[in-house]
Design a protein around this ligand. Structure first.
Ligand code: DGJ
Length: 741
């Protein structure tokens, strides 16, 4: 409600009437809500602004009256504050208004206009499980579309679209994908930090006042996974309220968590836009990538399970000859990298393939080094033709040999890159991302191609498609081994986001041309491990660090966001190539068992005993695969000396746990192991399946029985009392399997 200002009529100025809280400007008009199986997102729509976020948490009763909710949320006017009441937390916080937290939108026109946005809702579309709010700011000539969807996985999917309604270009510096509000009791957010070889770390950052901002600007996310989590004080892995967010985007990103004036915590996530990246011509729109947000009353594990259920249902697409179909059992693979590096030879690879098939391996992936002059990492990227020096007959004979052994054939590419020492760069030096007048900056001796240019994308598409056809490639490992630095396009503009869009377009094109082709998203390990990439690919390479001890916690953290069946987990050689640490084959295999299992060593180096042991672990993985790749992940104890991770079948009849010792326990007798997620009313047979050899010291007869026939226990006792097991040596792991008694 406004009235004209005395003397200001000629200027069209009006004063906002803020005489009473709950007046026409703020009176509620409608409750908007979305319900998941156990959660509710509740918004309150008032005249004059975007809906206010009132609740995102446990499921609320139906029929909430707008007047009642309005009365509950009738804000007073703080001392020395504005005369017009505004909620602290709108769907998209903007410059302008009196909500002084971080904004989700920053934009302007060259004449300085449109820097504030006060949106008024024009339409709300309500469909089952989906809400679309369309709002306009007529003064700034902007249109906003907020899309929200919530299904029974309890994952809220958010996306914003901003349209320039004005007559001049609009420069957009920030548009987040979504905003959520967490209760004031939240004291910390858990971010996922890292570096090459150390992906998926976990750090709790305490939120006193002010803002925590986590930003990644290199188009690879080793430094910060694009997601975070938060819980109430006392929330653990399997209890208490928890929230999690992750962005479906493989480029630069930014998350903020901020304590607002009313103590609640505003969390936003979205793309990070480099200066000048988004300029909207009149009528043009910017649509953000999706932000996935999960709530659970069952701790961080509940959030992980919600993310997994949502990804399985709505994100992952499994190639099938006629398009997409259900997930096929994830083939155990052999990856040639650590076993061969660049020293490739046709004869050696054939023998390795034969030995891999004998181990039970189902997919054989030829990694870096098969093309052009690529005999080391200093040259050859971009020349995607089979090296006649290494494969005089081409690669088809090797691929046929692999298929003849009953395995699929996979091939490594790093399409977005070019080596300065390559035929492609010599022919097309202008194709690389760069800033004119600045020296080209290499990383791992390579440069980045501007794949948003049609001719570059066409060239890559044709080269890859031709090799897939000629050789018969079932699977591509798609790598990306450097950060983007000074990534300017041919017009001299920052090209980080268009690079990601062009990548997704290339993946879509390949999927259309080669239905059935699977792709692994690798970026020196887990630098491109996000739900944006997984909308187009079927696997991520979790980390170049394959050391089982490091992988134990890395995988546990990765599983907090991503389902295990898409996370590559390999058995590699000892001593480990990255850390130099020695570990037993059993320990390495037990840790690799829980994701998309693979082997990354030269099988010729295994002696007969080792080959037999590895074959038995692969057989165990195959037997447990439906459970491991379709069950519910549970997160047991995680102490400095012991880690427990598990998977329980959806009907809770079958469960498998990994119990790993990382150090000596502080006490002489280890405390009982409690197995989460079991049905308390069910009886289970608990055993340690072959080929696990517990090698324990003086076990009791009951403990001894676990490694044989097994013992029967009630689910409630296994979860609440726990099973006493002998002390384990550091660097050892046991598998515990629960089956119907
Ligand atoms: C980095 C990847 O993460 C490795 O697995 C391997 O493919 C190398 N690149 C090859 O250059």
């Amino acid at each position: 409600m406004t009235r004209a200002i005395l003397g200001g009529e000629d200027l069209g100025m009006q004063v906002m009437d803020g005489s009473a809280a709950g007046d026409g400007a703020t009176a509620p008009v409608a409750v908007l809500r979305l319900d998941g199986a156990r959660s509710t997102l509740l918004l309150l729509r008032r005249f004059g602004g975007l809906p206010e976020i009132v609740h995102w948490g446990s499921r609320l009763p139906p029929d909430i009256a707008a007047t009642e909710l309005g009365a509950l949320r009738a804000g007073d006017r703080p001392h020395n504050g504005p005369d017009q009441w505004e909620p602290c937390a709108a769907l998209l916080p903007t410059f302008g208004g009196t909500a002084f937290g971080q904004t989700g939108l920053a934009a302007f026109r060259d004449d300085g206009s449109a820097w504030t946005a006060t949106f008024a809702v024009e339409a709300v579309e309500e469909q089952p499980g989906r809400l679309v709010v369309r709002a306009v700011d007529h003064a700034s000539e902007l249109e906003l579309r907020v899309e929200l969807a919530l299904d029974d996985t309890d994952v809220l999917v958010m996306r914003n679209t901003l349209r320039n309604l004005g007559p001049a270009a609009l420069r957009v510096e920030r548009l987040v994908s979504g905003t959520v509000i967490l209760p004031a009791a939240v004291e910390a957010v858990h971010t996922s930090h890292g570096a090459w070889g150390q992906e998926f770390g976990r750090a709790a950052m305490s939120l006193a006042q002010g803002t925590i901002s986590v930003e990644s600007r290199r188009n690879r996310s080793h430094d910060h996974f694009p997601g975070l989590a938060a819980g109430l004080p006392g929330t653990g892995d399997e209890s208490g309220q928890a929230w999690g967010l992750q962005l479906g985007w493989s480029g630069a990103h930014r998350f903020t968590a901020e304590r607002l004036e009313d103590g609640s915590v505003q969390v936003m996530g979205g793309e990070f836009l480099h200066p000048g990246e988004v300029v909207l011509a009149p009528g043009e729109a910017l649509e953000t990538p999706p932000l996935f947000a999960a709530w659970s009353a069952n701790g961080f594990g509940g959030v992980a399970r919600a993310f997994h259920a949502h990804a399985r249902r709505s994100v992952l697409r499994w190639p099938a000859p006629g398009g997409y179909g259900p997930m096929r059992p994830r083939p155990v693979l052999l990856n040639s990298w650590e076993g061969n590096r660049f020293a490739l030879s046709d004869a050696a690879l054939r023998t390795q393939a034969e030995q891999a098939a004998a181990l039970g391996i189902e997919r054989y992936v030829l990694d870096d080094g098969w093309f052009g002059g690529r005999r080391n990492d200093k040259r050859g990227l971009g020349d995607w033709h089979v090296s006649p020096a290494v494969f005089p007959q081409g690669l088809r004979p090797l691929a046929d040999h692999v298929r003849g052994l009953g395995m699929e054939f996979g091939l490594w590419f790093e399409p977005e890159m070019v080596s300065p020492d390559s035929d492609l760069f010599r022919a097309r030096p202008d194709w690389v991302l760069h800033v004119a007048g600045r020296p080209l900056r290499t990383a791992r001796h390579q440069l980045v191609l501007d794949i948003a240019r049609r001719e570059v994308a066409d060239h890559l598409f044709e080269a890859i498609a031709a090799r897939v056809d000629e050789i018969g490639v079932d699977y591509i490992k798609w790598d990306h081994n450097r950060d983007l630095v000074e990534a300017g396009d041919v017009r001299g503009r920052a090209a980080y986001r268009q690079q990601v869009e062009a990548l997704y377009a290339l993946w879509r094109r390949l999927a259309a041309r080669h239905p059935g082709l699977e792709i692994e998203s690798c970026a020196s390990g887990g630098g491109r491990a996000d739900l944006g990439a997984l909308l187009h690919t079927q696997r991520i390479w979790t980390s170049d660090n394959t050391d089982a001890l490091d992988r134990l916690r890395m995988q546990r953290s990765a599983f907090r966001f991503l389902p295990p069946e898409v996370c590559g987990t390999h058995v590699s050689a000892s001593p480990n190539h990255q850390t130099g640490r020695r570990s037993s084959l059993d320990f390495r295999a037990a840790v690799a068992l829980f994701g998309h299992m693979g082997v990354e060593l030269d099988p010729r180096t295994l002696d007969a005993d080792e080959s037999e042991t590895l074959a038995r672990w692969i057989a165990l993985h195959k037997r447990l695969r439906p459970l491991l790749h379709g069950g519910h992940c549970v997160f047991g104890e995680d102490t400095p000396s012991r880690v427990l991770q598990g998977v329980v079948s959806p009907d809770r009849t079958h469960a498998v746990f990994l119990l790993a010792a990382t150090d000596w326990p502080p006490q002489r007798r280890p405390h009982p192991v409690r197995l989460p997620g079991l049905d308390p009313a069910r009886r289970y047979g608990l055993r340690i399946p072959a080929p696990v050899d517990p090698r324990w010291y003086q076990p009791s007869p009951d403990q001894q029985a676990l490694a044989g026939e097994g013992k029967e226990f009630g689910g409630a006792l296994l979860s609440e009392i726990g099973v006493s097991l002998p002390q384990m040596d550091p660097g050892t792991a046991w598998i515990l399997e629960c089956q119907p008694a």
